[in-house]
Design a protein around this ligand. Structure first.
Ligand code: CA2
Length: 138
């Protein structure tokens, strides 16, 4: 069985509560239950943190044994050299995802410290971006 993990960065624990016009109205836990039901033959773990160092600890923890990491580093995407370095340092391939199309938003969201070290990037398809990332590993 393939072992994947979805790692979400800061504020993504608030999904479904605010800004539904950008991020949708489903909570991530509801979405995850649905996806797990749809892919019963894939082991899908989930981790969310608002703390940069904790995200790095998790990447290092799973980065040598999992088959794939699906990472939405949220705002750290645009700021964190350290998360970019962590992706470079691990063996498991990382697919970067975003719910919104970051290129149709503010200029500061157009840069990513994740993309250069990612296997691929999927963005702009709402929560479906995560499902497409899962499919990319299957
Ligand atoms: O589109 C994405 O997935 C983002 O990674 C989301 C980040 C944003 O900083 C990135 O530029 C693009 C923000 C996540 C904030 O999530 C919220 C969820 C509900 C309510 C408010 C914010």
């Amino acid at each position: 069985m393939k072992k994947l993990i979805i790692i979400n960065g800061p504020n993504l624990n608030l999904l479904g509560t605010r800004e539904p016009e950008i991020y949708g109205s489903l909570s991530f836990t509801e979405f995850l239950e649905e996806v797990k039901r749809k892919y019963p033959n894939v082991n899908i773990d989930y981790y969310q943190s608002n703390v940069e160092g904790e995200l790095i600890n998790k990447l290092q923890e799973v980065g040598f044994s999992y088959d794939g990491i699906i990472l939405n580093a949220a705002a750290y995407t645009h700021t964190s050299v350290a998360i970019g370095d962590a992706i470079n340092a691990i063996k498991t391939p990382v697919v970067e995802v975003h719910i919104s199309n970051t290129f149709s938003r503010e200029e500061f969201r157009h840069t990513s410290y994740i993309s250069p070290n990612a296997k691929g990037v999927i963005l702009g398809f709402g929560l479906q971006s995560y499902e497409l990332a899962i499919q990319s590993f299957l």
